[in-house]
Design a protein around this ligand. Structure first.
Ligand SMILES: O=C(O)C1=C[C@@H](OP(=O)(O)O)[C@@H](O)[C@H](O)C1
Ligand SMILES: C=C(OP(=O)(O)O)C(=O)O
Length: 456
């Protein structure tokens, strides 16, 4: 089981020194107007924009930047590279250095952020000179980077896995990229493709990426392509990103705002589903490309009413939180919500079989195994398969504090069970800070009881 890694908690984390959270359902009766919330900025958009702005020519101003561990470590890495960055209450101002980093050597730290580990190596290798070491947290050092390192090598990068093949830490010896054709599997992580893409305009010649096998969560590649375009670089591609082509170019500084994080919004909308209440996330643009926005379709299928008018998303759960089950679903395209669905599933009226998510065994923890283990600890029947799990209806019975596997989404999903069952206890609740430090405050705003126990 993944032990937590205190070093990866940043100054933007919350719940420092909190050992345990105990959760209780809201006591006021359901009904009444929707509770309205705003989700913080998207992790995926924040870290892409920060890196593109740092590589750009000119000064970018970025508003609604997410303040969480993952984005803190991205900013920290850029500062260690000597990029002038000013973080103020309402914006982050970045003076782009055109892909040449003022500090030509040093150690960079990615925390537990997959986005930093998979996007930074290409960005570093694309510069003309420099020697850096890229390290990550304990959990990040267990996650794969091999296909990315190999693909970047094909277009001229000199990157070495220092300890174990295919794992952090990496040693990057920058001497520019030449471009060329690379064949890269999309079966393990979409982030490898995004990582090659973001660096490729800075190669000497055109770069072509061929993905022969389909991409898990292909929408994240779409987010990368869109943001590169916003920063002035066009990517040619087919509809499912089986082939992508980038010509040499330069990013141009932008004044831009980060959209709300759809993955974060899902926890609050799932709370509505479980409690028969109504929750409105005011700032989630219905036209977003973030795949987790599609989770509301699943909530609809389970009996929720969904309203996407007025620039936000509102979900009302069915009376008494009686959700519909009895279906099988592929979560390949929005696999970060696998655990959220698993938290709803015991309260459905039939089994729910989740498939096509073998790749989430390589996320912050082995999320298939961890979810089955956690549900079973609560007395719920969860059957584990290689690429998914099946959950049967039941009443969760908390009988001890649950591990959270140093995984923000395990913690946030398990906490939701506390919206229906009193006394769900979570160890190391602070792991939510990877993407969502105010999570437990928001649960309180939704009416849940949250009791925090300090260490010792
Ligand atoms: O590119 C991104 O911002 C992300 C891609 C996805 O990862 P994988 O493609 O590795 O599954 C997703 O799970 C992660 O939370 C964010
Ligand atoms: C898989 C996730 O994160 P990362 O960006 O570290 O890959 C996640 O947020 O669920």
């Amino acid at each position: 089981m993944q032990a937590s890694d205190p070093e990866a908690r940043s100054p933007w984390s919350s719940l420092d020194g909190v050992a345990e959270a105990e959760l209780h359902p809201p006591d006021a009766s359901a009904g009444g107007p929707a509770v309205r919330l705003a989700a913080a900025g998207s992790k995926s958009v924040t870290n892409r924009v920060l890196l593109l702005a740092a590589m750009a020519e000119g000064t970018s101003v970025v508003r609604n930047v997410l303040r969480s561990d993952d984005t803190y470590w991205c900013i920290d890495a850029l500062k260690r590279l000597g990029v002038p960055i000013d973080v103020s209450a309402d914006a982050v101002r970045i003076v782009g250095t055109g892909g040449d980093w003022p500090n030509r050597s040093g150690t960079l730290y990615a925390g537990a952020a997959g986005t930093v580990a998979r996007f930074l190596p290409g960005v570093l290798a694309a510069s003309e000179r420099g020697e850096w070491r890229l390290e990550g947290s304990r959990s990040l050092s267990d996650r794969p980077v091999g296909p990315l390192v190999e693909a970047l090598g094909r277009i001229g990068a000199d990157i070495r896995c220092e300890a174990e093949p295919g794992r952090l830490p990496l040693a990057v010896s920058a001497k520019g990229l030449r471009g060329g054709r690379v064949v890269l599997s999309g079966g393990l992580s979409s982030q490898f493709i995004s990582g090659v893409l973001m660096a490729s305009p800075y190669a000497a010649g055109p770069t072509e990426i061929v993905v022969p096998d389909g991409i898990v969560q292909h929408a994240y590649v779409g987010i990368t392509v869109d943001l590169m375009k916003r920063f002035g670089v066009t990517v040619e591609h087919d509809e499912r990103y089986g082939r992508l082509a980038v010509k040499p170019g330069r990013y141009a500084a932008q004044d831009t705002a980060v959209e709300a994080d759809a993955s974060t919004a899902c926890y609050y909308l799932a709370f509505a589903a479980l409690t028969g209440r109504s929750v409105r996330v005011d700032n989630l643009p219905p036209e977003t490309r973030q795949p987790d926005a599609g989770f509301v379709r699943l909530l609809e299928r389970m009996g929720c009413a969904v309203d996407e008018t007025g620039g936000g998303v509102e979900v009302r759960g069915p009376a008494g939180g009686r959700l519909r089950g009895g279906f099988a679903v592929s979560m390949k395209e929005m696999s970060d919500q696998t655990m959220t669905l698993a938290a709803l599933a015991p309260f459905a009226d039939g089994p729910i079989a989740i498939g096509d998510v073998a790749h989430i065994r390589g996320h912050e923890c082995d999320r298939i195994a961890a979810t089955c283990e956690s549900l079973r600890r609560l007395g719920i029947d969860a059957e584990e398969r290689r690429d998914g799990l099946t959950i049967r209806p039941g009443t969760p019975k908390p009988s001890g504090a649950l591990p959270t596997y140093d995984d923000h989404r395990m913690a946030m999903s398990l906490a939701l069970i506390g919206a229906r069952v009193p006394g769900v206890r979570l160890l190391d609740p602070g792991c939510v800070s990877k993407t969502n430090p105010p999570f437990f405050d928001e649960l309180r705003r939704l009416g849940m009881g949250v009791r925090l126990t300090p260490n010792g």
